[in-house]
Design a protein around this ligand. Sequence first.
Ligand code: BJ8
Length: 425
Amino acid sequence: MNADYRSMWTDLGLDLEAHDALLSVLGKAYQDIYLSQKERPQGMGYFDSVMSDIHGLRIKELMDEKASGRKIIGSYCVFVPEELVLAANATLVGLCSGADFAMEEVERLLPRNTCALIKSLFGFKLGKVCPYLECADMVVGENTCDGKKKAYESLSDLLGNLYVMDLPQVKSTNGKAMLLDEYKRFKTALEKLTGATITAESLKESIRTVNAKRAAIHRLSTLRKADPAPISGLDALLANQILFFDNPVRFTESVNKLCDELEQRIEAKTGVFPKKTPRVLISGCPQAMPNWKLHMLVESAGAVIVGEESCVGERGTRNLIDESGETVEEMLEAITNRYFQVDCAIFTPNAERLEHIQQMVAEYKADGVIHYGLLFCQPYLIEAIPVEKALEEEQIPCLRIETDYSMEDLGQLKTRVEAFVEQLG
Ligand code: BJ8
């Protein structure tokens, strides 16, 4: 490991021993799950290189940005608009929350029956193992589910730089007006932090940058409609996870390059799995880095995952912002219009999500849906029941899974997933 990185981690206050242990577990999991896959597109080489240096090069880039006066903003939710962050001359990084860490300490602060994602964001702080979190000048929490809302009250004491964004829970006119107001308040907070003024020019440019990134990842999603599938669900998930912390321009170029290769594969009818392999759509809670558990199980059971109806997937990326606005006010409205379409299960009622799942099943020619709910996540677990009912009415098989980040239920899940895949086949 590069000695510069170690001194950088020390400066960031990481616990080097715990951090080494984390990197070693992550590296081993990546080796076993990713590098053992067959027929991977060459374009995945870029994403492999990001993973092999996950706390190295990108953190060095962020630290260099900080040294030049740029601020780093961390976020836990796709409702935080990267467009405003970039326009304020700052950089947004997603703070992953996809692995258990320091669980004993976490359970002193949170009830045991808290979802794994919330426990993970506490664990990364308490264990001092996440350089992305430690280099952030501001961390944005959002009032989405009750678990996050209440947890941010305690996280605020641990972090010291938490900004809480309020979010509507109903898709009403008032709800949209509230979101617009919150984005205006966030704009002011960013300007105060960075000393920069968000202008029509800077906002227009940042909208274009983020739209290009979302268009590229959406292009990748669309190519997964082909049979045979040109890319595994595991690899597509990885690209969706890296989207949250990579340099947006470089990421866009790399995804588009990968897509060029996938188009050639489709033309040549080359797939990662044979034609007519059972096709599965995953729907539900976000699978944050390095949560690859379900994808690994499904694809080892002989099915291919063709899409994710998830915030680490299409829910988070599918809509672009209208680029026709000329004033900051018009662009703020366009931003609000785009984000207000995110159909997270915290909204009530949330019929759009069900429609989107049905639409994805049809477009991606999925043979079945696995609804992925994190244990104790009430919004998604409750919504899973109407989702399953609606799909079954259309004769689309659906398997509801409730799990966490531990590997204790792997055997039991494997049996259920294998039986489901057999049913699809
Ligand atoms: S927009 S899905 S990223 S809130 S899993 S913490 S809901 S109890 S993550 Fe999310 Fe934003 Fe919504 Fe997307 Fe709560 Fe459920 Fe835990 Fe969750």
